[in-house]
Design a protein around this ligand. Structure first.
Ligand code: ASP
Length: 438
């Protein structure tokens, strides 16, 4: 078929039993040639991820305190994995070296990176695959910004030399060799970067769920699974709070036209969710629903606004001066509303109103908090008349008052703003409107 790059999340490599599943998965398909491991994650609900323990170690070193007590919890986890897998590697030597290195280098990124590093060393020994230290190939510039094209060249050249390899996730290095990590959850990005550099035909992201669901299962009972989704749809949904993949991991593979398959290490026969450039099936009208709370609506009215040039620009310039980023901006003939996150305007409301009054002389302006936004996303909307009627019909039947509507011109989504206390009810109503029993 082509090369597959497979990334395994922390819970997929949390203990020896999980390592065994991962080996089974990798060996089941000879196309799986490159594996990207995370650090050991949680084995049970209240467990602590190794990455979090490593950050704790760093904080101890920073304060000049002894980190041994925390580090010994990490040691225990790796020793157990190596022992239960029956591996012949000098884990004590590796752990002593790691402990000394964390004390010596004393940066949070270096400390955190050791979780993936050690898991990578163990996984490569367990599989008998080559080990590639990302320090030499995943590159950040001097400012710490990921150097995507440079990385792609370096890593692409290196991967050609290895039939099979393990490349730890989450970290790389700046030009002087100092270790840098991506933001939390960043092994997803490494996986995507490896897939692109390898010229893979598929990026598999193995985690502990069988892909995406149409809605948050804490709100909707047993929501349907999403079999296919496009990168554009996923971006809309994850922006609104649906999180399975690190947001930035979409770009390298999307750019290279490589599909991503979300799979479940604990249920490997499940096909999971396939993320592609184009829609793969005729599917339903909508793909998913996501949303979150804590937004405010700045509503501005002014007679004859439609003929006044530069009005919107002036409103936005005020927000820019306050360093506020905006979410949406639905407009009417004589009204403009701007949706912003509550956190952006907290304690500054009267100043903002004052400044907009000064610069734009509106007839009326107010700021209403307590708004929740819900995005209903789906490529299928473009060719389906009546989508909006269905959505608003559902909301009406549930007695939800809609405070704001915004439909992107791509017809990929419809966003509605509702009162926070109606959020869950509205999500359920929209879900039901599109999943009514036939
Ligand atoms: N281990 C890192 C974290 O916990 C990176 C990852 O798992 O993707 O954030």
């Amino acid at each position: 078929m082509g090369i597959i790059a497979a990334k395994f999340g922390g819970s997929s490599l949390a203990d020896a039993a999980q390592f065994k599943k991962v080996k089974g998965i990798l060996l089941a398909n000879p196309d799986r040639r490159y594996a990207v491991p995370s650090a050991p994650g949680k084995r049970f609900k209240d467990d602590t991820k190794v990455t979090d323990l490593l950050y704790q170690c760093y904080r101890k070193v920073e304060k000049g305190e002894d980190m041994q007590e925390v580090f010994s919890v990490i040691e225990q986890r790796y020793r157990e994995i190596v022992f239960e897998l029956g591996l012949d590697i000098d884990i004590d030597g590796l752990l002593d070296q790691t402990c000394a290195d964390i004390r010596r280098v004393a940066t949070p990124d270096f400390a955190a990176s050791r979780g993936e590093y050690l898991n990578g060393v163990i996984l490569s020994a367990y599989l008998g695959w080559d080990f590639i230290d990302p320090r030499g190939y995943i590159k950040f510039d001097r400012q710490g910004v990921f150097a995507e094209e440079w990385t792609n060249e370096l890593l692409g050249e290196e991967l050609k030399k290895h039939e099979h390899a393990v490349i730890p996730g989450f970290y790389g290095a700046v030009p002087n060799g100092e270790v840098r990590t991506f933001s939390r959850g960043g092994s997803d990005i490494t996986g995507a970067v490896v897939a692109r550099a390898a010229g893979a035909s598929l990026y598999e992201n193995w985690t502990d769920v069988s892909g995406f669901l149409m809605a948050d299962p804490r709100i909707v009972d047993n929501p349907r699974e999403i079999r296919y989704i496009t990168y554009a749809e996923l971006r809309e949904l994850s922006y609104m709070g649906a999180t399975v993949l690190h947001e930035e991991s979409i770009f390298p593979v999307h750019k290279a036209g490589i599909p991503t398959n979300i799979r479940n290490t604990n249920d490997p026969s499940h096909p999971g969710t396939m993320i592609t450039d184009r829609r793969q099936d005729s599917g339903g009208i909508i793909t998913g629903i996501a949303g979150h709370k804590n937004f405010s609506l700045i509503s501005i009215e002014k007679a004859m606004l439609n003929s006044e040039k530069g009005f919107c620009r002036r409103v936005l310039s005020v927000l820019e001066d306050f360093d506020i980023s905006i979410e949406h901006m639905p407009t009417g003939i004589d009204t403009v509303s701007v949706v912003v996150a509550d956190s952006e305007i907290v304690n500054r409301k009267s100043e903002i109103i004052h400044r907009i009054r000064e610069l734009c002389q509106p007839d009326h302006i107010d700021i209403t908090g307590g708004i929740a936004l819900i995005a209903t996303v789906g490529m299928g909307m473009v060719r389906s008349p009546g989508t909006a009627a269905r959505l608003f019909g559902g909301l009406q039947r549930a007695g939800v008052n809609v405070r704001m509507i915004d439909q992107g011109s791509s017809e990929l989504n419809i966003i509605v703003g509702v009162d926070t206390q109606d959020f869950e009810k509205a999500v359920r109503a929209i879900y039901e409107a599109f999943n009514e029993p036939a």
